[in-house]
Design a protein around this ligand. Structure first.
Ligand SMILES: [Zn+2]
Length: 349
């Protein structure tokens, strides 16, 4: 009896040891999934709260008989001129919001939108006091060209590739109620965003015909799917996510430097990540902490575009945290990323 118990105990122990060994490489991934799941839930909740309740709007198809092929026409309400209609293209959700003031609610049921359904995933509207809003949800990212006459407001849809030589999507990590790494009252989301806003300025001043789309330029928190779909649905040439690092314990340590995560199933992603690593460390003079396999990260795994997730520095390193908080360092990081993009294009991306 005693022998049997002993045997059972040792077999159980051996099985347990094998299990732990087998699971061990997956533990960081499990941690990532858990953190991502929590961030995703908060992002979905924030997004749902920001949404207005919309009603379906029916498109009156008129083929290509009037106007250009693929064009959409909005009949202006009685007494409303084109100059008071406002049009905002939200690239992150591929939705064009058309605000029409001074309009009777009945207008929205009178088939005000006609034309081609070529680029349209869904049409909807909501009324509010003294007017209403029409949302045109598109099937991918488009640039919108508009014009109007006394009767109609016209929308033409151009792919980013029709407008720009090259297309890049830049993602500032986290946002909203999700701070990312936190240290001494500093939130990673703010540093990520500060670097991305510097990058936005550098691109704007560059004079290059590069279309740059941002998942966020404020403290919003798009879902992981919205972030990666901006890259996939714009047919981007490159997708860059900007983050900052922390040690697992979150305590201050001597660990510092720049890391870049890539998609290990894509050679293009690996090579682009290497370019980012060289250009960013070169510009910052930061320690090269190498490339890291990132397939456990949702936006890396699901990107159809060569992707690099740059961990610029460690917030858990005192000196590096100070640097990351300074505008000069943020600017230098942005300059490094910009150089990486230009080099990647020069190398055929
Ligand atoms: Zn992060």
């Amino acid at each position: 009896m005693e022998e049997k118990t002993l045997k059972f105990a040792s077999v159980s122990l051996a099985v347990l040891a094998v299990l732990v060994c087998a699971l061990f490489p997956a533990l960081p991934k499990l941690h990532t999934w858990q953190v991502e799941r929590w961030e995703q839930l908060l992002a979905e909740e924030e997004y749902a709260q920001s949404q207005t309740q919309m009603n379906d709007l029916v498109l009156r198809e008129s083929g290509t008989m009037n106007g250009h092929e693929g064009q959409l026409k909005l009949r202006l309400p009685q007494g409303v001129t084109g100059d008071i209609v406002s049009v905002v293209n939200d690239y992150v959700t591929q939705t064009v919001r058309v605000e029409i003031p001074e309009t009777d609610p009945g207008y929205f049921d009178s088939y005000p939108v006609s034309g081609s359904s070529n680029h349209i995933a869904m049409l909807s509207y909501a009324t509010k006091s003294g007017g209403g809003i029409i949302e045109i949800e598109m099937d991918q990212v488009y640039e919108i060209e508009t014009e109007y006459d006394s009767e109609y407001y016209y929308f033409d849809f151009l792919t980013p590739q029709e407008v720009y030589d090259k297309v890049v999507v830049i993602d500032a990590g986290h946002g909203g109620r999700v701070p990312g790494a936190t240290k001494q009252g500093v939130n990673e989301k703010d540093i990520d965003l500060a670097i991305v806003l510097q990058l936005q300025e550098i691109f704007a001043e560059s004079g290059e015909n590069i279309g740059v789309y941002f998942t966020r330029t404020d403290d919003s928190n798009p879902t992981f799917d919205q972030r990666v779909q901006l890259a996939n649905k714009s047919g981007a040439d490159l997708f860059i996510s900007v983050h900052n690092n922390s040690t697992r314990s979150g305590r201050f340590s001597s660990v510092r430097g720049t890391q870049v995560m890539y998609d290990e199933t894509s050679e293009a992603s690996r090579n682009f990540a290497q370019i980012c690593l060289e250009e960013v460390t070169g510009r910052l003079g930061s320690r090269d902490k190498g490339l890291v396999e990132g397939d456990s990260i949702y936006i890396i795994r699901t990107s159809e575009v060569p992707v690099a997730l740059i961990e610029v520095g460690f917030m858990t390193n005192k000196e590096e945290l100070e640097l990351l908080r300074s505008e000069e360092y943020q600017r230098a990081a942005a300059q490094g990323i910009y150089n990486a993009v230009l080099r990647a294009f020069a190398e055929g991306y």
